[in-house]
Design a protein around this ligand. Structure first.
Ligand code: ZN
Length: 575
């Protein structure tokens, strides 16, 4: 016998949370074959002296459904140690989809998730109609990471009910057809079913997305169909428009959880947006209470604030104002010339007074960039590095004795890549810490693949390592790795991933624990059709190995595409 890869002298942090140990790790036929002092010869040997060997990270909340068609790498998640993702979250999916509805689906995804329609129309070969056909396409396309998918409620409702999906209650017949599609999807390997009640989720004309028209009886019926198979996870974006709406939502979710017994996940956030929002502890207390009552429920949390991101090359908060709009449509160099002109600047600065005043309407990264309110300059940061101790625009305005708008113009002229960050939810790091420490929450929720030019959540894993482990010492490396690997593998019921253990799939990272961290995000125009997006890479990860093949070496792609489809418990296939 001979190994494919032998990793020598690694410090193994195995994902269980147990203490690190020194060992060699041998990989053969996509799996971990041996751990210990290995004498077996190998085709490739890697010296991992001084490096941590951990399982690849697992991110259960992404929107890479479109991107998987054109980006074999799985960026930007792949650069942060992620080797497995779940897509199809929040009810948004590209299947099932009737051929004549393809562009409408694309436009809905653009409206909610800022995935450009032109990128989708240029980058996707729509070879599917049903969910099983979509998953077969994902299986076929080259992939550098592993993908699991939910059947999305908005897609399913529109496919089943047509136009009625956006306004009407489902009939008995609609319910039966939706239930059958869910059963079919589970048999094809879907990890579950997703939906959304979030008021931030709207169609291109501003009306609620289809999943928000569905009532609780409909959800209860569909999740009941999953319960009949004792398979499938239900993921849902909660109504967080205000404290009362949120509490009502959680109370109904509790009923469904207890009735069906299926694992349920919702995003647990701390926010000061919305009408009298609930404290984050309301959600963690709720998770404990619901568990006590007999349900299985998880809160999905990020490892830092969810931010609207602004820059000269993407959005600025002022883009919709009358003098700003035509200027911002110019090529970059012409914009810079205009922004340097004193009379133009006076006009631009004066117009800020006309912005919509701040209110307590809950805004996601989408609306905050495309329908911005007058900025709170005490909550708008000029990013210097990734240590998250950046100055606010208000502080800089005081120091420079300038108007805040002028500060932003000048910083952007000095550095056209200057990034501004406006925390939307989870503004307070200590509240984030409370959320991620809770045993019933999952560190996930990058939203990768979505909000491509509005947010940058893909670095949540490297942020965990650099900020919470190294800078704040809030978690040991072993604990943090467990949260990003074994905990998520367990919650999503992925049977042979998330641990360094013989027989498990060889999704493995080798990284320098003193150096791993995100880099600053930049704006690139590398989407199909040339659309722009935010790109964030990382440093400190020497090797990323997926299913036993090296996919990234010091962040550079090797060209290997060993990614697989992650299939749920009711899968009836054989490949
Ligand atoms: Zn989502």
């Amino acid at each position: 016998m001979s190994l494919d890869i032998l990793i020598r002298n690694a410090t193994v942090v195995d994902g269980s949370g147990g203490p690190r140990y020194r060992a060699d790790v041998g990989i053969q036929d996509s799996r971990i074959a041996e751990i210990g002092r290995i004498l077996t010869p190998a085709a490739t040997t890697i010296d991992a002296d001084g490096l941590i060997l951990s399982p690849g990270f697992i991110d259960g909340h992404t929107h890479m459904d479109a991107q998987v068609n054109w980006d074999p790498l799985g960026s930007c998640s792949c650069w942060h140690g992620v080797t497995s993702v779940v897509m199809g979250n929040c009810g948004f999916a590209l299947a099932p989809c009737a051929p004549e509805d393809q562009e409408w689906f694309a436009r809905c995804l653009e409206a909610v998730e800022d995935i450009p329609t032109e990128a989708m129309m240029a980058g996707i070969d729509w070879t599917w109609e049903t969910f099983p056909e979509y998953l077969a396409t994902v299986d076929r396309v080259p992939k550098g990471i592993n993908y699991g998918a939910y059947l999305g409620h908005s897609a399913l409702r529109m496919y089943t009910m047509g136009e009625r999906a956006l306004s009407e209650k489902a009939t008995e017949d609609d319910l039966k057809r939706m239930g059958r599609s869910v059963a079919e999807a589970l048999e094809a390997g879907a990890l579950g079913f997703s939906s959304s009640h979030a008021t931030t989720h709207i169609t291109p004309d501003g009306s609620p997305v289809a999943s928000r028209i569905g009532d609780w009886d409909e959800l209860s019926y569909i999740i009941g169909e999953m319960a009949k198979k004792n398979a499938g996870i239900f993921q849902v974006g909660p109504d967080m428009s205000g404290g009362e709406a949120h509490r009502t939502f959680l109370a109904r979710l509790r009923e469904v959880a207890l009735k069906t017994g299926r694992p349920i996940m919702f995003s647990a956030l701390s926010t000061r947006q919305g009408d009298k929002p609930n404290h984050w502890q309301y959600q963690t207390d709720y998770l404990d209470e619901v568990a006590q009552a007999g349900a299985r429920m998880y809160g999905q949390v990020t490892t830092r604030s969810i931010n609207a991101i602004f820059s000269l090359k993407s959005y600025l908060p002022f883009d919709v104002l009358p003098s700003w709009a035509p200027l911002r449509a110019l090529p970059l160099e012409e914009q810079k010339r205009a922004l340097s002109d004193p009379s133009v600047r006076r006009q631009l600065i004066a117009e800020e007074a006309q912005m919509k005043p701040r209110d307590n309407v809950m805004q996601g990264g989408g609306a905050a960039t495309t329908d911005p309110r007058k900025p709170d300059y005490d909550n708008l940061f000029a990013m210097r590095d990734v240590r998250w101790d950046d100055p606010t625009i208000a502080e800089l305005a005081r120091d420079r004795k300038q108007n805040p708008v002028e500060v932003m113009i000048d910083l952007s002229l000095e550095n056209e890549d200057q990034i501004y960050v406006q925390p939307l939810v989870n503004e307070a790091p200590d509240e984030v810490l409370g959320l991620i420490r809770h045993p019933r929450t999952l560190a996930t929720f990058s939203d990768s693949g979505a909000h491509v030019c509005q947010e940058m959540g893909s670095s949540l894993q490297t942020h965990m390592m650099s900020y919470w482990v190294r800078d704040r010492e809030a978690f040991s490396l072993e604990e943090a790795v467990r949260m990003l690997t074994f905990d998520n593998a367990s919650a999503w019921e992925l049977p042979d991933r998330g641990l360094v253990r013989t027989g498990y799939k060889a999704d493995v990272l080798l990284f320098d624990e003193s150096a791993i961290r995100p880099k600053l995000p930049t704006v690139e125009t590398d989407l199909p059709g040339g659309s722009r997006r935010l790109v964030q890479k990382a440093e400190g990860i020497a090797y990323t190995i997926v299913n036993g093949e090296v996919t990234l070496r010091d962040g550079e792609a090797t060209g290997a595409n060993p990614g697989e489809v992650l299939r749920g418990a009711a899968w009836q296939g054989d490949s």
